[in-house]
Write a protein that binds this ligand. Structure first.
Ligand SMILES: Cc1ncc(C[n+]2csc(CCOP(=O)(O)OP(=O)(O)O)c2C)c(N)n1
Ligand code: SF4
Length: 350
């Protein structure tokens, strides 16, 4: 079959504030299986960047290896990109981010890429509070290598071949909170109403923003008995509430019943307006977020929405006091201050 994407655009096709239509934010045609959750997440990334009026060349998209990690080919063709080694995206993201703080770093990974081979890298990028969005397309299996159970497969979950997973699942969202992540959200690839505002808020957050998105693998893990299938997730999703993300400078027009609303102001003045459904949970309190997640787990539910945010987060750049200017924009005389300066530095270390 030949796939050709039409380049015709109706003149009335909506444009964002930069004058771009949404297709400017798309990537190549996807080669993922029809119905794969990852494609819905990619579409949400495209929509979120378009709505936020982000210049694509101000984004660096990064990934490891897996079907999920192929995704950056399918969004933001006009952005920078780096498809790294399996599980090693965090170190590439850290290096790039330290060299140039002016880009938005958007990493996508799989549950295998993150919770198995990449776990060592993941925990350190979280605790360093690197200013990036780290999104896991979580299908509970290694899709690219034909569906073996991953470390996020729930205990008791059945594979397509009928075998039962004996091991406890790693809960990446709880782990991220435990390790000090300053923004943690959870969602489902089939819920773009929730996913798009979550992504917009994550991209505007200063510090490490983690998104764990359940993303069913239609080919290898969508069977009865799997807890990462479309049917199971739809039946067990428990939303913490609805949310709006309001970029700075835009007036907030939504109104909710007093008492159920919590406004969270971000570093740049943008606001997250949460309409809370779960009364016994406060997204600005780590313990309350962890309790809510544990309670959901006990009931076999998947808690979605913004689970935790620390408004006062300071990222790695502020912590280690790095250069404000990207390294590629620093002039030669500053980069190479001469042998006198080097001599003084050496003697200060003796
Ligand atoms: C060093 C190394 N080990 C193993 C592999 C084989 N491999 C490729 S992708 C993958 C797992 C992919 O699973 P996940 O990250 O969950 O992504 P998905 O395909 O499910 O989206 C594995 C084990 C590899 N490419 N490199
Ligand atoms: S194998 Fe699974 S994860 Fe990979 S593209 Fe197909 S449906 Fe998606």
């Amino acid at each position: 079959m030949t796939y050709i994407r039409s380049t015709f655009r109706h003149p009335a096709f909506p444009k964002n504030d930069l004058g771009y239509t949404v297709d400017y934010y798309e990537g190549s045609l996807s080669t993922l299986c029809a119905g794969c959750g990852h494609d819905s997440i990619n579409a949400a990334i495209v929509e979120a960047c378009w709505q936020l009026n982000i210049e694509p060349h101000k984004v660096a998209k990064l990934s490891g290896i897996g079907c999920s990690s192929k995704s950056p080919a399918y969004f933001l063709s006009n952005s920078h990109g780096f498809n790294s080694v399996h599980g090693r995206m965090p170190s590439v993201a850290t290096g790039a981010n330290l060299a140039n703080r002016d880009l938005i770093y958007f990493g996508v990974s799989g549950d295998g890429d993150t919770a198995s081979i990449g776990m060592g890298q993941f925990v350190h990028v979280v605790r360093r509070n690197l200013n990036m969005v780290y999104l896991v397309m979580n299908n509970g299996c290694y899709g690219l290598t034909k569906g073996q159970d991953s470390a996020t497969a729930d205990v008791g979950s059945k594979s397509k071949a009928g075998s039962v997973n004996l091991f406890e699942a790693i809960d990446l969202a709880s782990l991220a909170i435990e390790l000090g992540a300053t923004f943690v959200g959870q969602s489902f690839s089939g819920d773009k109403e929730q996913l798009i505002p979550l992504m917009k808020a994550a991209m505007s957050h200063k510090g490490f923003a983690f998104l764990n998105v359940i993303s069913p693998c239609v080919t290898f893990n969508n069977n009865a008995g799997s807890t990462k299938s479309y049917d199971y997730v739809r039946e067990h999703v428990e939303v913490t509430g609805t949310m709006d993300f309001v970029p700075y400078e835009k007036e907030i027009t939504t109104t909710y019943e007093a008492g159920d609303v919590s406004d969270i102001t971000m570093h740049d003045g943008s606001e997250i307006r949460l309409h809370k459904l779960q009364k016994d949970w406060d997204p600005q309190d780590r313990f309350s977020a962890i309790n809510a997640m544990q309670r959901a787990k006990q009931k076999g539910e998947i808690l979605t929405g913004l689970l935790y945010i620390n408004e006062d987060s300071s990222d790695l750049h502020s912590m280690i006091n790095t250069s404000e200017t990207p390294l590629n924009a620093i002039s030669k005389d500053i980069l190479c201050p001469g042998s006198d300066a080097l001599g003084k530095l050496n003697s200060s270390l003796r």
